[in-house]
Ligand binder design. Structure first.
Ligand code: UD1
Length: 420
């Protein structure tokens, strides 16, 4: 199994390009099921999760043509299977996103239950309840969600109890082809949902309230294919900015923008970073200084994203002072703390809060990645540790970070993939 070998380095310094957003690409690929003519997507990141979503679509008979630079054409006209099998769903929870589009377009869908995962129980009850209020009949049988809507879905007024990104996306996609009007209340407002909604509109959907917590969708009879460019990955953007800040370095991240990342940028400024913004780039300069510890609490967008929490924990581990990180979205999402402490960090874990007292430098150790974002924190920690850190189970990293070694090498880090 591959591992990452990271040598502790000085300040990171350089420019990198940010890839397309994984969390926008996945629902957009699922939404292609709604189109009657081929969809062309660009700026898709070349990542394990994207490959899994393409494999899932292919397993259902969908035509997929991949040209250079991950320009992908998706042709649903040959789709002849309506099941998302366990083998694929268990490797990627976001497979649940095909449920709404399949049901809306074909009136049937069997999707393996995603089940638990390393960062908590993560139920899908809100997805299912919403689809039921749109007229779907849902049974759970043999570990599968078996959903039917023989006469099509119908519009409904849905209030979601919890702010859920995937739930909002599934119901939004389903509503585009439902008969009549759907109102989604307490909808998530993440930029990836805005990107999905813009893609749906480009295919002919009628959606109002995009970017707000109340989405109104007037169902249409057909959606047609279009060409769409996926937005930049705000979490990848944030991860490299935090890595540069932790290393007292400077960085310019290109092909991205700041307005999808305001909470993160404010925290970096609080940590002492000098930030300059352009239309499609963000520059950060620590001017050689050690970051100052910051306090943060995760919450749905526009508040601080849970997907950036572990990276800030790693930065706080080498910052001046004491910082507190509170996770409110997922249980068990502070698991990186134990591995960071093995590298000499001083972090106390109390329920969903960790209290981090910064040390000058961490010490290298063999560590194990446990989920996608937690693994990013171990890479950052390896960069600011003395000695060589070996990060195991990096398949978690490959789910979400395109060319991570090459990008860090471009910033002057010594990092390579080793097979062991
Ligand atoms: C998405 C992101 C993930 C991010 C998360 C929160 C993708 C592919 N993944 O995950 O990177 O960390 O948003 O920003 O976009 N919940 C329920 N019932 C449901 C659905 C969710 O109780 O039916 C709860 C979850 O357990 C969790 C909270 O709602 O506590 C938020 O989860 P959700 O926003 O749905 O996360 P995902 O869409 O799975």
């Amino acid at each position: 199994m591959d591992k990452l070998l990271i040598s502790g380095c000085g300040p990171l310094d350089g420019d990198i390009r940010i890839s397309g957003s994984k969390n926008a690409a996945l629902p957009i690929l699922a939404a292609a099921i709604l189109a009657e003519t081929p969809v062309n997507l660009s700026n898709l990141p070349h990542l394990k999760d994207v490959t899994t979503m393409l494999a899932l679509l292919r397993s259902m008979g969908v035509g997929i043509t991949i040209a250079e630079n991950m320009l992908v054409e998706i042709d649903i006209s040959s789709m002849n299977e309506f099941e998302a099998p366990y083998d694929l769903v268990r490797t990627m929870r976001a497979s649940i996103l095909v449920l709404g589009p399949m049901l809306a377009r074909f009136g049937k869908a069997d999707v393996s239950f995603p089940g638990g995962c390393a960062i908590g129980s993560r139920p899908v009850d809100i997805h299912l309840k919403g689809l039921e209020s749109m007229g779907a009949h849902i049974e759970v049988d043999g570990g599968y969600i078996r959903a039917t809507a023989p006469n099509g879905l119908k519009g409904a007024h849905i209030f979601m109890d919890v702010v859920t990104v995937g739930g909002t996306e599934n119901l939004l996609m389903a509503a585009t082809l439902a008969k009549g009007k759907t109102i989604l209340e307490n909808a998530a407002r993440e930029p990836e949902i805005v990107d999905l909604a813009n893609f749906l509109v480009a295919m002919g959907a009628k959606i109002e309230g995009i970017g707000t917590d109340r989405l109104t969708i007037e169902g249409v009879a057909h959606l047609k294919g279009c060409h769409y460019r996926v937005m930049p990955d705000r979490i990848e953007t944030g991860t490299y900015l935090v890595a540069a800040a932790a290393s007292r370095g400077r960085i310019t991240v290109r092909d991205t923008h700041a307005d999808i990342l305001e909470a993160v940028i404010m925290k970096l400024e609080e940590a002492g970073a000098k930030i300059t913004l352009g239309d499609d780039w963000i520059a950060l300069d620590m001017e050689g200084k050690r970051p100052k510890a910051v306090n943060l609490k995760t919450a749905p967008y526009p508040a601080f994203p849970t997907d950036m929490q572990s990276q800030f924990t790693a930065m706080n581990a080498v910052a001046e002072g004491t910082g507190t990180v509170v996770e409110t979205i997922f249980e068990n999402r502070l698991i990186q703390v134990h591995e960071l402490n093995r590298m000499g960090a001083q972090i106390k874990l109390e329920g969903n809060t960790c209290i981090i007292t910064g040390v000058e430098r961490l010490k290298a150790a063999p560590v194990m990645a446990s989920d996608l974002r937690a693994s990013a924190s171990l890479v950052i920690a390896g960069l600011v540790a003395d000695g060589d850190t070996l990060v195991d189970r990096i398949y978690h990293i490959d789910r979400g970070y395109e060319c991570i070694e090459e990008k860090f090498q471009a910033l002057g880090a010594t990092i390579r993939r080793v097979a062991q």
